[in-house]
Design a binder for this molecule. Structure first.
Ligand SMILES: [Zn+2]
Length: 435
């Protein structure tokens, strides 16, 4: 391994104290997209000497738990939505049935009014029948008297009557009158009886109509009772859904609390990784490590930038801005050190897609402090094979450090290029020329 002191020019010793302070206190800033879940977290306080694998495992575990909790939240929300949907259906059914009950109540009310009207008519008829009966009775009494008188006359036994008759004509007339009266009585009685019968028929018709209405009302009452029962059943179903929703909402609250807790853990684990990267730069920072800012091409060839710095993509559980530039390039394309420096991280990919493994095989190069007082580092992610350089090794601008690949959390061959100024990720294309 080369001594960095021999490789890099000695300059600006006065800035060293400041550089060390900046490295130590730097608030890390950068962003992740789908190929880079090492997210944007302040990280200065995390323990720099923590084992990287531990950090990675901690972050991976937090990620897994986050995914589980999110799945639970999603499932619980699904149940709540389903219960609410069911509840809405029940409420609709209930409303429809209540409308029907209202209609039935109106019908019953109307029929009961008709029945009351019929009962008045029936009572009237009964009065008329009673009156008719009185007429008949009265007529019948008179008729009987007159018939008795006629009988006496016919029997010839009414000497007293005859003695009052002054002549034969008078007697005949009297007899005829009696007969006429009797005939009239019979006619009137027959008429009265016919009217009486007619009244009774009318009364029976009214009673039949009332009875039919009573039957209809009874039928409607039964329908109403059935519907009332259905409304009660639906109310019970709605209550059951409400109970389920309450339980699920309590579960959801617990889930949300767990999610918040786990996000905190994830963020801390993420910050620890950023801290690790910062600590690695700090570890290799020496007073004579000078960055000229004269950056060169970091790659032999690329076709386009698929994902620029600061762009937003979705990762598993939240959106955050991209911390570098993705240069689309064929597999195996040479990757160059953008400037002289010391390899502060040389990571051999462990096969994972998150945590420190999200960069796949990757290299970070510390370039040192520039005249502007800031400390510069570059990071090269997703290399096809293990890096060609090792941690602590001095590299020179243009040196091949690895080849384009798609290791780690990546979906296609590209170089994920980061520029870190005082450990804060910045748009690399503003400093580093591209072929
Ligand atoms: Zn990227």
């Amino acid at each position: 391994m080369q001594d960095p002191a021999r490789v890099f020019s000695r300059k600006r010793l006065a800035a060293l104290a400041l550089a060390a302070a900046l490295l130590g206190a730097a608030a890390l800033h950068g962003h992740a997209v789908v190929d880079d879940p090492v997210t944007d977290m302040p990280a200065a306080t995390a323990a720099p000497k923590q084992n990287l694998t531990d950090l990675q495992n901690r972050r991976d575990a937090a990620q897994r738990r986050l995914d589980e909790i999110k799945a639970q939240i999603s499932a619980t929300q699904g149940r709540i939505d389903a219960a609410n949907q069911l509840k809405a259906q029940y409420q609709q059914q209930q409303a429809a049935i209540k409308e029907t009950i209202d209609l039935i109540n109106q019908q019953i009310e109307s029929m009961e009014q008709q029945i009351a009207e019929l009962e008045v008519l029936i009572a009237q008829k009964e009065q008329e029948i009673a009156a008719k009966q009185a007429d008949i009775d009265a007529r019948w009494a008179g008729f009987k008297e007159r018939m008795a008188a006629m009988q006496m006359l016919n029997d010839g036994g009414s000497i007293a009557l005859l003695s009052n008759v002054t002549n034969m004509y008078e007697l005949l007339t009297f007899s005829q009158t009696l007969e006429d009266i009797a005939a009239k009585d019979q006619q009137v009685l027959a008429e009265l009886n016919a009217e009486y019968d007619e009244l009774n028929i009318m009364k029976e018709e009214l009673a039949a109509a009332a009875s039919q209405l009573d039957a209809s009302v009874a039928q409607l009452q039964q329908q109403k009772a059935d519907l009332d029962e259905k409304v009660q059943e639906l109310a019970a179903s709605i209550q059951a859904q409400n109970n389920q929703i309450s339980i699920d909402e309590a579960t959801q609250q617990a889930n949300e609390a767990a999610l918040s807790e786990e996000e905190k853990e994830f963020n801390e684990a993420t910050a620890a990784i950023q801290s690790f990267l910062a600590a690695q730069n700090s570890k290799y920072s020496t007073p004579d490590l000078y960055c000229s800012l004269n950056f060169g091409f970091p790659i032999a060839y690329y076709s386009r930038i698929s994902n620029g710095f600061g762009s937003y993509g979705t990762n598993n559980w939240r959106k955050s801005a991209h911390g570098g530039s993705d240069l689309v390039s064929p597999c195996g394309t040479e990757i160059y050190a953008a400037a002289d420096g010391i390899v502060s991280v040389s990571h051999r990919w462990g096969g994972g897609k998150s945590g420190n493994d999200s960069y796949g095989n990757y290299v970070m190069i510390l370039h040192g402090k520039a005249d502007d007082g800031n400390t510069y580092a570059t990071l090269y992610g997703h290399m096809n094979t293990a890096p060609l350089v090792s941690e602590g090794q001095a590299v020179t601008k243009g040196q091949v450090i690895g080849y384009v690949g798609t290791t780690g959390n990546s979906t296609g061959y590209h170089l994920h290029l980061e520029l870190r100024i005082n450990n804060v990720r910045t748009d690399p294309t503003k400093y580093i020329p591209l072929p």
